[in-house]
Design a binder for this molecule. Structure first.
Ligand SMILES: [Zn+2]
Length: 471
């Protein structure tokens, strides 16, 4: 597919207050007009309209960003009553309206956290919920619609679903952040073959100098997204946002975070000195993209992280971006950090890198090996993950772990996840890994410097399928 580079679409800053008066809230919810007051996103001018005369007790989510609200005024015949504890907005004629200015700069300076708000040059990375005054702080389920406007030279990007220029969010998503970027950002758009048809992966590059050219960034992300799409039966989000933050003075990639509050979003911190040859071998982007393909499962980080580490490793090997020997060596050396939790208290009761990342990854390897073996190679863990996505289980959703296990096992047909979960998630059961490696025909060499393969081992064919896999 060809890349399209779209450098910041300029939207005229229309007369927000007068248009806001005409905008109706969704039934039982609120509508917001949010206009960047300047191209560097130092403040936002907001007009809100909520259904019902109320009174509505307005606050930000958990009051976290309340102190940055300025000039709150009732509008359109509504009345505002401010007390020490609350801002009560009473509507007129079935709709309550107000306007306020949000001091983005002050919030970013006081929190300096991307999950609330952080300034990077002339741009800001933040969570959408940070700017919204909502009845009861959004504690009640309520639909919200939002329309952003930006002056010339600036843009606002979120991962929210949109109809035209109106974006949708629900207060039940407030518990989970969703990244957004605004101000002087560069925008790259990468077409992806989504599970439901053509989609777009939008990259918002924050305002910081970097060594990588836009074309190099796009080539890397497009190739990675294509591998993810091939494995999951289509890219797992029709539209997704990646906020790219170059970190001054660094060469290697620093950190990735996925947030699914209202849509698939990711913050990816790369080095400002990162070069093209550093990109494909590293794990971070593929790991975070795998997170786009599963629902958030409270209290079961081992499942989400195990799925991400296991899948990104095998996909990078299959793509030829990561040596197979290094992948197996890493697995065999690191799994021992997950074994105690799987043999004793269980993965659900364990915290830390060892149980969550390596216990989770070993769990996925055990599941994949069993499904491949029992199906004679016709099925694999990919069928489980695709079935979860078929049921709508992407990163914007929250599922109980039981649903994930049931959907997965129904697709593969061997009860593999149920049996492994019963043995290793809520309690521990002894594992005989030496026997497993012998059957798969893979062993660490002396001093663990490398790995030896035994192609005469009974399940050597399963081992080969694991790393070469469906793609
Ligand atoms: Zn992760």
């Amino acid at each position: 597919m060809r890349l399209r580079f779209v450098c910041i679409v300029l939207a005229a800053l229309a007369a927000a207050p007068s248009r806001a008066q005409e905008t109706s809230p969704p039934p039982g919810g609120c509508h917001y007009e949010l206009a960047l007051a300047d191209a560097e996103a130092r403040s936002l001018d907001v007009a809100l309209a909520c259904a019902g005369d109320g009174p509505h007790a307005l606050s930000t989510y958990r009051f976290v960003t309340d102190s940055h609200v300025r000039q709150l005024r009732a509008a359109g015949g509504s009345v505002l009553e401010k007390t020490e504890e609350a801002r009560l907005l009473k509507g007129a004629g079935g709709i309550a309206r107000a306007t306020y200015r949000f001091d983005v700069d002050e919030m970013a300076a006081s929190t300096n956290s991307p999950s609330i708000g952080q300034r990077v040059g002339g741009s800001v990375v933040a969570s959408v919920r940070s700017f919204l005054l909502v009845p009861d702080g959004g504690q009640r389920p309520m639909p919200l619609t939002l329309r952003f406007k930006a002056p010339a030279g600036a843009a606002v990007l979120t991962g929210l679903a949109a109809q035209g220029d109106v974006q949708r969010l629900d207060t039940t998503d407030f518990r989970y952040i969703g990244f957004m970027a605004m101000g002087r950002i560069e925008v790259l758009r990468i077409p992806v073959a989504g599970r439901n048809g053509a989609g777009t992966l939008t990259i918002a590059v924050l305002d910081e100098k970097r060594a990588l050219a836009n074309a190099e960034i796009s080539r890397w992300i497009e190739a990675s997204a294509a591998r993810i799409g091939a494995y999951f039966g289509g890219f797992p989000a029709d539209h997704a946002l990646i906020v790219l933050q170059p970190m001054p003075g660094l060469r290697y990639l620093r950190r990735g975070m996925v947030a699914g509050g209202g849509g698939a979003t990711m913050l990816l911190r790369i080095g400002a000195e990162t070069r093209p040859e550093d990109l494909f071998g590293q794990w971070m982007l593929m790991h975070e993209l795998v997170h786009f393909a599963a629902p958030f499962i409270d209290n079961h980080a081992w499942l989400m992280e195990g799925m991400a580490v296991y899948t990104e490793t095998r996909l990078r090997v299959a793509a030829g971006w990561f040596p197979q020997d290094q992948a197996w060596r890493g697995f065999l050396r690191n799994f021992r950090n997950g074994v105690p939790a799987m043999e004793q208290q269980g993965l659900a009761r364990s915290r830390g890198i060892g149980p969550v990342y390596w216990g989770g990854t070993l769990f996925m390897l055990l599941a994949d090996a069993e499904i491949i073996e029992k199906s004679g190679g016709r099925k694999s863990l990919a069928d489980c993950f695709k079935a979860v996505l078929d049921q709508g289980g992407d990163t914007a959703q929250r599922w109980p772990v039981e649903r994930f296990i049931a959907v997965c096992d129904a697709a593969t047909g061997y009860g593999t996840m149920r049996r492994l979960a019963d043995a290793h998630v809520w309690k521990g059961t002894r594992l005989d890994l030496a026997a497993l490696w012998a059957k798969l025909g893979v062993q660490l060499t002396e001093y663990e410097a490398g790995v030896n393969y035994d192609d005469a081992a009974p399940l050597a064919w399963v081992r080969k399928k694991i790393m070469s896999g469906p793609n």
